[in-house]
Structures are given as structure tokens and as C-alpha cells.
Design a protein around this ligand. Structure first.
Ligand SMILES: Nc1ncnc2c1ncn2[C@@H]1O[C@H](COP(=O)(O)OP(=O)(O)OP(=O)(O)O)[C@@H](O)[C@H]1O
Ligand SMILES: [Mg+2]
Length: 207
């Protein structure tokens, strides 16, 4: 299960809340995030932090490589133990962010070995609200530049969601403007329904 949204939409907040809610219901949960803390993810974080300049195509390839490393090192082993894997950002982030500077089909191609999550939840929050949330935790510098950027990412997500659905991915849009506890309720129910479908499908395969 992947949580997606603009910067400040609340993916990290919801990751923690939903994981706690699922554990309360007796499920085992593996919380994770992209970029990862693994070797390739650390390079990605340095690029995002501005200390390591790379051209957009190199960054897109690094994100794709970090994703495969993430699947192999963490996601697949956790799924094998029947844990719900909850990732703060996954494939849809690349299809949105990297497609701002690059050809979307190429971004999809370099990610072709990363299967879409069973369920991708997009927390829909307006760019203006995201900016207000981000400004509460940082300096309100570069206000307009940041708003333009959030609007571009917002448009990129709309395109990526449409393309992903056409390709068969389960992407559900949840109103992320509501209070965190309410968003958590909605997301938890969606995750539980998807998890139960997954369990039924694998049971049928065994029969
Ligand atoms: N539903 C909500 N309503 C109001 N404020 C919220 C909500 N969810 C999160 N916030 C606040 O918005 C800010 C950003 O939340 P959070 O860090 O979870 O976002 P994020 O999507 O993980 O951002 P980033 O992409 O930068 O990691 C935090 O200060 C958080 O407390
Ligand atoms: Mg976050």
C-alpha cells in the first residue's frame, strides 16, 4: 500500500496514524518510505538536499534503482511474512515528479520492474493548503516559487493518476483536507478492504 500526495499533503502523518490503527486491529505492519535509507536512497536524498547536482534523467534512474532495491531488500521480504507494507511514497511519485522534466512513457519504462502497489492512496490537498502547512514548519521564503512548484506537481499527479489507472493500477483519491483523524479512518478502511481482498485471492490460489 502506498501513500502519495504533494509535499505537505500529510503522507508521513498518515503513515504513522494508519500503521497504529492497523496494529490495533491485530495486523502486522511494515512501515517504510521512498527514497529509502539504503545506499541508492542516500544518494537520492543528497541530490534532493541540493548537495549533489544531477541532471533530471540521472535522478529519475536513481529513483527507479532505489525502488527496485527497496522491493528486494524490504518490501518483498515483509510481504512474505504477511505484514501489511505501508510505503510513504512509491511508484506514483516518480510518475508524477519525474514526468515534470522528462517524457512520461520513459519514466514508466525505467520503472517497469516495479509493480504498482495493491492500493495507492492519493491524499488530495490543494497546493495552497500544502504551502500553508509547509510554512508552519519552515520559513515562508520563496512563497511564489514554492506555490508554482506545488501547482506543477499537482498537475503532474493528475496526469500520472489517469495514466496509472489506465494501466490497471488501483489508485484511490482521498480528501486530505479533513482533520488527520478523519483521513486516517478513511485510509484505514481502504487498506483493510484491499488487504482482505489480497488474502482471499492468495487463499484461492492455494485451493
Ligand atoms: N489532515 C491534516 N490537516 C491539517 N494539517 C495536517 C494534516 N496532515 C498533516 N498536517 C500537518 O501538515 C504538515 C505536513 O504533514 P506531513 O509531514 O505529514 O506531510 P508530508 O506529505 O509527509 O510532507 P513531505 O512531502 O514534505 O514529507 C505537518 O506539520 C502536519 O502536522
Ligand atoms: Mg513526509
Amino acid at each position: 500500500m502506498a501513500l502519495e500526495g504533494l509535499d505537505g499533503a500529510g503522507t508521513t502523518t498518515q503513515g504513522a496514524l494508519v500503521a497504529a490503527a492497523l496494529r490495533q486491529r491485530g495486523l502486522s505492519v511494515h512501515e517504510t518510505a521512498e527514497p529509502t535509507n539504503g545506499p541508492i536512497g542516500q544518494v537520492v536524498r543528497r541530490v534532493l538536499g541540493g548537495t549533489l547536482p544531477f541532471q533530471p534523467a540521472v535522478l529519475a534512474l536513481l529513483f527507479a534503482a532505489d525502488r527496485l532495491d527497496h522491493l528486494q531488500r524490504e518490501v518483498w521480504p515483509a510481504l512474505a511474512t504477511h505484514a501489511v507494507v505501508l510505503s510513504d511514497r512509491y511508484l506514483l511519485s516518480s510518475l508524477a515528479y519525474q514526468s515534470i522534466d522528462l517524457d512520461p512513457p520513459w519514466v514508466a519504462t525505467i520503472n517497469q520492474f516495479a509493480p504498482p502497489a495493491d492500493l495507492t492512496i492519493y491524499l488530495a490537498v490543494s497546493p495552497e493548503e500544502c504551502l500553508a502547512r509547509l510554512e508552519r514548519r519552515q520559513r515562508p521564503s520563496e512563497h511564489y516559487e514554492q506555490l508554482d512548484r506545488l501547482r506543477a506537481v499537482h498537475r503532474a499527479y493528475q496526469r500520472a493518476i489517469a495514466a496509472s489507472r489506465l494501466a490497471g493500477a488501483q489508485v484511490v483519491v482521498v480528501d486530505g483536507m479533513q482533520p488527520p483523524a478523519r483521513v486516517c479512518q478513511v485510509v484505514t478502511e481502504l487498506v483493510l478492504a484491499s488487504w482482505n481482498r489480497r488474502a482471499r485471492a492468495s487463499e484461492q490460489q492455494r485451493l
